[in-house]
Design a protein. Structure first.
Length: 180
C-alpha cells in the first residue's frame, strides 16, 4: 500500500465530514500530496527536542532487524544511565520538585535514547530475543506479572514512520514489568 492511496481515502473522508457540516470542500482541488511526509517532518522536529540521538550516516546494521526496517539512529554520547528514572522518589519527597522541574530532569536523562539503547541491545541477538520471550512466558505462567505481559518483542523506531517513536515507547511501557 502506498501513501497516495491512503491520501485518497483520507481526502474522501474529509470531504464527507466537511459536507456533513455544510462546508464546501473538493478533495481533488485541495489534495495535499505530501501530507504524511509533512506529519513525519513535524514529528521528527518534536522528537529531536527530546533526544540527543542522531541519524546514522552509515546504515550497515550488524544485527537482525526481523520484521522491522533497519535501525537508523546513533547515540551522540557513549553512556546513559538506563536505570536513572526515579519518578516516585521525587513525588514522595517533602520538597518535591514541580512538574516542570520533573519534565526537565527527565529530558536531561534522554528517555528516548535510553529506550533505543535497550531495544537495540535485545534485538541485536537472537538469543536475547528468545531469552526475553522465555522470561515473559515463565513470568506469566508463574503469575509474576499482573496483569500478564503480552508475548511481544521490543520495537525500534525508524525515521521514515512518523508514529514509530510513539510505538517504540508504548511497546517499552508494555514490556516494563519484565525489566523490574
Amino acid at each position: 500500500m502506498d501513501g497516495a492511496s491512503v491520501n485518497d481515502t483520507l481526502m474522501e473522508e474529509l470531504e464527507k465530514l466537511l459536507a456533513q457540516r455544510d462546508i464546501p470542500f473538493n478533495r481533488k482541488d485541495h489534495r495535499v500530496l505530501c501530507f504524511p511526509h509533512i506529519i513525519n517532518l513535524c514529528s521528527q522536529c518534536v522528537i529531536k527536542t527530546f533526544t540527543k540521538s542522531k541519524r546514522r550516516k552509515n546504515r550497515n546494521a550488524a544485527y537482525d532487524t526481523e520484521d522491522e526496517e533497519d535501525e537508523d539512529w546513533e547515540d551522540e554520547d557513549a553512556e546513559v544511565d538506563a536505570d536513572a528514572f526515579p519518578y516516585s522518589s521525587f513525588r514522595d519527597s517533602p520538597t518535591a520538585p514541580s512538574e516542570a522541574e520533573l519534565l526537565l530532569r527527565q529530558r536531561r536523562r534522554d528517555p528516548i535514547r535510553v529506550v533505543r539503547k535497550k531495544v537495540r541491545f535485545v534485538r541485536s541477538s537472537g538469543q536475547r530475543r528468545d531469552h526475553l520471550q522465555r522470561i515473559i512466558r515463565d513470568g506469566n505462567e508463574e503469575e509474576r506479572f499482573q496483569p500478564p505481559v503480552p508475548q511481544l518483542q521490543p520495537l525500534l523506531d525508524v525515521r521514515t514512520r512518523w508514529d514509530a517513536t510513539h510505538r517504540m515507547l508504548n511497546r517499552h511501557r508494555q514490556l516494563q514489568p519484565v525489566s523490574k
